[in-house]
Design a protein around this ligand. Sequence first.
Ligand code: FAD
Length: 450
Amino acid sequence: PNTLMWFRRDLRLTDNPALLAAVSAAGTDGVQALFVLDPVPFRASGRARTSHLARSLRALDRSLDGRLLVRHGDPVDEVLRAAAAIDAEEVHVAADYGPYGRRRDQRVEEALAGHGITLHRAGSPYAVAPGRIRKPDGSPYRVFTPYSKAWRAHGWRAPVAAPRGVTWLPAQGSDGLPAVPELPDVDLPDAGEDAARKQLTAFLDGPIRDYATDRDRPDRDGTSRLSVHLKYGELHPRTILAELSGHRGTGADTFRTELCWREFYADVLFHRPESLWESLDQRVGRIHIDSGRTADERFAAWASGRTGYPVVDAGMRQLLNVGWMHNRVRMITASFLVKDLHLPWQRGAAHFLDLLVDGDYASNNHNWQWVAGTGTDAAPYVRVFNPVTQGKKFDPDGVYVRTWVPELSGVESPGVHEPWTLPEQPDGYPEPIVDHAAERKETLARFARV
Ligand code: FAD
């Protein structure tokens, strides 16, 4: 019988267990490849992610000989319609563990069941599915390090190859691929399975060796830039983990740990879906936050990269220019919003999600909670990042700042990280909007009150 493969966050043919299951159930019959453009998540995506998704779907469509059926609408109606049109008895998906995806899949499953069609789940966007790793007493882990030990001990399956000789059914009645939005001022990475693979090879051929130290240096190309490909499932983490096993040394090991953070935060979200926008530590979450006109002006200065603190501004402008920001600088800019400007982490998280090409609810919002000190993990909430010392330590020559803040392009280090100490303030660059030392004290006083 014909089967339906419903692609979501797994826009690839290689190492896709759901696709293999759909192909194997079809036997000598055909497989319909479907993508549903669900307006709910699509509207919340931001232009960089909308662009990536549109380009990734084009790449997937090409690898299916132009036979990707695209439907625009509520998946409850569209999946049923597509399955009924080919007389399918089975619909295959990779399990979605996010709060919205779980509710949606349950609704789709019920609608299909009403017509005698079954929804089959195989695999997920993670090496180890959320909810699987638990403490011996069955409760979820709240702290990363013990989770990561259990995650390594649990292990993961070997990758599976792409199916061959598949009869893809024609995309009859397709609403067409979504338009790629014009973003002339934003330089975005290539999309699709081949681009993801190329990026992985380039990383494993070089930067992986020094990853343990270079991953903290925004002035170097020391990280994998795989986050966007993982976000859309153009590459599965299992594939990466399998390739890493051939690499010895601290670089590969540190990289494995970073992949584990992604899995840990998905696990946290699975157990506590309210943690998307609610502080996990309600006590710390009750800290006083500023509002009103000054708060809004400060937020605008932060968002446009005009706080007067060079490494903060460089990060925010990198985000505006390429839809991505280096991890170290994500921490510095997030800390600045919460602890120097006293604004709610949720406001910063929403802004990041709007602009990040790799914007992912679990990773983004839980990292924001980590920085704010409201998270599940044992991060000391009293830690306040100092933008000057962080800049000097991780961008010692000022290369990163000069790349993204042209007003400082002629300034050498260390003055580039504290331009107010220069004999003359650089042309067009703002004075600091707040005094870091004073705001740090203020934050600690507010913490003491809660
Ligand atoms: P690499 O250093 O090459 O890391 C490899 C992979 O490991 C990443 O692609 C990612 O999948 C995972 N990873 C690394 N660090 C983390 C981390 N701290 N938490 C979770 N996963 C991690 N990552 C996102 O994918 N989407 C987001 O929306 C996101 N928002 C963030 C917001 C803040 C405030 C902070 C501090 C971090 C955020 N991160 C987010 C985590 C991290 O910054 C990015 O994953 C990383 O910068 C992506 O670049 P890379 O692929 O070159 O990373």
